[in-house]
Design a protein around this ligand. Sequence first.
Ligand code: CA
Length: 359
Amino acid sequence: MSKSTLLKALVLVSLVFSGLSSAADGKKVMWRLAETWGPNFPVFGDSSKNMARLVKEMSNGRFIIRIDSANKHKSALGIFDFVKSGQYQMGHSASYYWKGKDFNTMFFTTVPFGMTTAEQNAWFYHGGGMELMKSVYDKYGIMSFPGGNTGNQMGGWFRKEINSAADFNGLKFRMPGLGGKVLGKLGASVQNIPGGELYQALSSGALDGLEWVGPFADERAGFQEVAKIYYTAGFHEPGSGLTASVNLDVFNDLTPAQQKIIEYASMATTHTGLAETLANNGAALSRLQQQGVKTMQFPDDVWDAFGAASKEVMDENMDDTLFADIRTSFESSLSASAEWLSKSDAYYVEQRQRVLGKM
Ligand code: CA
C-alpha cells in the first residue's frame, strides 16, 4: 500500500468513526419540563433540578432540560396533559395525581400500607414494576420513570390527640389519594386543599388537621405555628415516589445513549432525593420539638382500623383486570422484601438503638 493510499484509508476510517460517534451522541437536544411544584420547593423541586443537571452533565452539555415551575405554566395538576400532548417534552410530578384519569397510576407513587422506598425500588427494578408502569402509561403515549422519593411520610398535624379510631369521626382532615378514602371510611370529613392554602386552612379552623410530607418540608410550611401535635409514621404514604414523564414519541426519537441518560438520571435522582430527606428530617424534627411540638404515634388499634379500611378501599377496585394484576405483582414483591427487611434492617436498627441506649 502506497503512502497516499494509506493516508486516504486513515482519513476514511477516521471519518467513519467520527460519523459513528456523532450518531451515538445525537443532535443537541433542548427540552422543556413542566413540574407540579412551585419554585424552590424542597425535596420535590430539588429532584427535578437534579435530573436536569445530571442529564446535562452526562451528555457533556448536549442535552438540556429547562424547567417551568407551576407559577410559570399555571397548571400544577396539568402535567399529564402537557406531556401527553407534547406541549412539554417532559414533566415532573407524582403519578397518583392522575388517579382521576387512570386509577392504576397510583401504584407508582404509593398506596396505603404499601412499600417503603427500598421496597419500591426492589419492585420497580427486580419485581416487574417498571414493566407494569410502562403498560399503564403506554396507552397515553407517555414513558414514565421514578424521579425522586420522599421516604416515609408523617401521620400529620392535629390539634387534639387521637386515642381511638372514633376520634376521626367528623374530623376535618386533609389527605389526598387512597389514604383520604380510608379516613373517609372512618368518618373523617376529607378535604383536598392545594398545598399553598394548607397553612391558612389549618390556622382558620377550616381544617382540624392535615398531612403534608415530613419534618423537613413541613417545618418550611410552618404548620408548627398553628398545631402542636405531630403524629410520626403514617399508614398512607410509606415511601412516595415522584415521577418523571416523557412524551413517548419524543423519547423514541432519542438515541439509545440519550435514552439511557434519562434512565440513569432517574435512578440517581431517586437515590439522592431519599438521602436528602434522610439527612434533614431528623434535625428538622428536633427543631420542631424545641418549638413545643409534641410527637406521638397512633395506638395499635387505630393502626388496625387504618388496615381494615385500607383493605376495603383496595378490594373495591379488583374488577379492573390490570389493577388486579398490578396489585398481585405489588403484593408479591412486598411480601418477599418485607419478610427479609423485618429480619435484617428493621431488626438491626431496633437492636442497635437499644444497645446504644438511643431508645
Ligand atoms: Ca403527603
